[in-house]
Design a protein around this ligand. Sequence first.
Ligand code: NAD
Ligand code: UFG
Length: 338
Amino acid sequence: MSILVTGGAGFIGSHTVVELQEAGYDVVVLDNLSNSNVKSLERVEAITGKKVPFYKADILDREALEEIFSKETVEAVIHFAGLKAVGESVQKPWEYYENNIAGTLTLVDVMRKHGVKNLIFSSSATVYGDPAFIPITEQCPKGQCTNPYGWTKSMLEQILSDIQKADQEWNVILLRYFNPIGAHKSGTMGENPNGIPNNLMPYVTQVAVGKLKELGIFGNDYDTHDGTGVRDFIHVVDLAKGHVKAVKKTEEKPGLKIYNLGTGVGYSVLDIVNNFEAATGVKVPYVFKPRRPGDIATCYSDATLAKEELGWVAEYGIREMCEDAWRWQKNNPNGYDE
Ligand code: NAD
Ligand code: UFG
């Protein structure tokens, strides 16, 4: 089976390409490199020993998509391509709605014209808003998002569900990721944020490597065991393997399926700092800062459905997530830049 991976040069995409190739799938990658470096794919090739056919193209570019679908045999699409910076989305809502929503509509239109109706979509725990209950199952009602990025995910879930409802040949799998961290064991691939990281783990590793002075912890007065925010951190390789299981699922009968991909365990920001220090022996100085607007206290999954229906469970623990994130950062202090 051959799979088009949009956004395949990015953090989760590149790790997924490794797992797909190692599971024997043929993969084609499309990415406009707006938030990634093509070197990630060279690293993939070095790990798997297989070529990664790559198109530098935009999902908004219908002609480019037409060319790819005409030239390549595409049976399923894993759709990672999208803008994902929460704060930036508040400043640039038009750009986020245009890129994520118009881009996905264009992709889906080209897919159906070419008779490709298997789609795995990167959604997010952000669609639950401030969750109605914890641990969060897929039955938890979707909530109010606090930023345009979150709304693009929530709206795209609705759009893709409606498309599947209208045409039962579609096989749509919505994967709601919790907080991916960590990196490939080789230490050659990992997260490569532009500028100062927004997310916790890349901030921690950049403090540890000496690029940033100290971690600011956003809030220590939440109703959690130590007052700092609690999240469901998941190793990116586990997340990538979840996509391989989802691809297998598309070989069954069509339909709409929704799965949480998380570990089911919540760790606080301070737990992460302490586990990182214990796993690596490197100190991470921190200061407490006010809460970050839009953050919630606690978010972690119940991932039972993915276990039952996909046969998937997250295998890596917090220690490996920290060790692997650190190996990547230490070996590549400037990410994929020389
Ligand atoms: P990433 O930025 O590393 O990867 C996204 C990739 O999409 C990048 O390589 C970027 O260049 C590409 N891209 C963006 N717009 C494009 C366009 N118009 N055409 C072609 N390529 C385009 O991000 P990631 O962390 O790997 O996330 C992958 C997906 O998972 C995204 O859709 C993201 O919203 C979603 N997600 C991420 C997280 C997270 O915490 N990392 C959590 C939940 C959901
Ligand atoms: N945090 C800090 N300091 C930092 C960065 C983060 O204290 O410098 C805290 C946050 O306040 C939060 C926790 O660390 O309590 C995790 O924050 P992240 O920014 O790493 O992750 P979020 O949970 O806010 O959001 C991430 C992605 C979203 C995605 C969501 C899914 O950024 O795109 O996970 O659960 F939707």
